[in-house]
Ligand binder design. Structure first.
Ligand SMILES: [Zn+2]
Length: 246
C-alpha cells in the first residue's frame, strides 16, 4: 500500500481545512481516506474497451455496483432502523423522498427507502427484457435511462451510508470498501455523465479528498501553482533589482 501513504499526508491539510467550515465529517478525516485502487486504475476500469457493446458495459458495471452497495449496506443494516433514521438523509441536510409508482413523493424512513431501492434494482436487473443475458434478447431503447435511475438511487444509498453510518462502517473495517465503491460509482459517472450534478454536490468534498475528480483536483493544483509562480515572479523581480544595484 505504498501508493496510499503520500496521498494521506497530502490530504491531511485539506481535511483540516474543510472540517472548520462544516460540521465534522468523519469520512473526510485523513486516516479513513483509504481505497483499494489508485485513481488511474479506476479510469481504466470504467473506460469502454474497443469492440465492447456500450449497453453491455453499463449493465456489467451497474450490477457490480449494486452488489457492492448491497454488501456494505447489508453489513450495517441492523443499525439503520426507523428509529435511528426516520428520514432518508445524505450529507449536508439532504433528504430524499421516495417516488411511488404513481409518481407521488412520499417521506419514508431510510431503511424503507433503501429497501425500495434495492428491491427495485434487484427486480430490474433480473428482468430479461431490461437486462438481457440470453443471446437473442436485446437491450430496450430506454436502457440508458434505467441505468441512470439505478445509479442515482445507489448514490442515495451511498450518501446515506456516509452521512448516517460511517462510524459503523469504520468499526466493521468496511470504509475502504465503501470508498472504493464510491470511487467506482463516480468514475462511471464521470466517464458517461450519468447523474445530475445537483445530486452529486453533497459528496464533492469527499471526491476531492479521495482525489477522484481529476479535473477539479488539477484545477485546484493549477491555481496553487499559479499563485506560487506569481510569488516567485515577484521575488525574482526583487532579486533582479538587487542585482542591478550592485
Ligand atoms: Zn440509516
Amino acid at each position: 500500500m505504498d501508493w496510499f501513504i503520500g496521498k494521506t499526508r497530502r490530504k491531511e491539510k485539506e481535511g483540516a481545512d474543510s472540517s472548520s467550515s462544516t460540521d465534522s465529517k468523519l469520512y473526510l478525516e485523513s486516516k479513513v481516506l483509504e481505497r483499494k485502487l489508485p485513481e488511474m486504475d479506476l479510469k481504466i476500469l470504467v473506460d469502454l474497451p474497443a469492440g465492447l457493446d456500450y449497453n453491455e458495459w453499463l449493465a456489467s458495471h451497474t450490477m457490480s455496483l449494486f452488489d457492492h452497495v448491497n454488501l456494505v449496506y447489508g453489513a450495517i443494516s441492523e443499525f439503520c432502523t426507523a428509529t435511528s433514521c426516520p428520514d432518508m438523509t445524505g450529507p449536508g441536510q439532504r433528504t430524499y423522498l421516495w417516488f411511488d409508482e404513481k409518481g407521488k413523493k412520499t417521506k419514508v424512513a431510510a431503511p424503507q427507502y433503501i429497501d425500495y431501492v434495492m428491491t427495485f434494482i434487484q427486480k430490474t436487473i433480473s428482468d430479461e427484457t431490461i437486462f438481457p443475458t440470453k443471446y437473442a434478447n436485446e437491450f430496450p431503447v430506454s436502457f440508458e435511462s434505467i441505468v441512470r435511475k439505478i445509479v442515482r438511487l445507489l448514490y442515495h444509498v451511498v450518501a446515506h451510508l456516509y452521512a448516517a453510518h460511517f462510524k459503523e462502517v469504520l468499526l466493521l473495517g468496511l470504509h475502504s470498501h465503501l470508498n472504493l465503491t464510491f470511487a467506482h460509482l463516480m468514475a462511471l459517472h464521470h466517464r458517461f455523465t450519468l447523474i445530475d450534478p445537483k445530486e452529486t454536490d453533497i459528496l464533492e468534498d469527499l471526491e476531492m479528498a479521495l482525489g477522484l475528480n481529476q479535473e477539479a483536483v488539477e484545477a485546484a493544483n493549477n491555481n496553487e501553482e499559479r499563485d506560487r509562480s506569481e510569488d516567485s515572479r515577484s521575488q525574482s523581480t526583487e532579486d533582479t533589482c538587487g542585482d542591478n544595484k550592485s
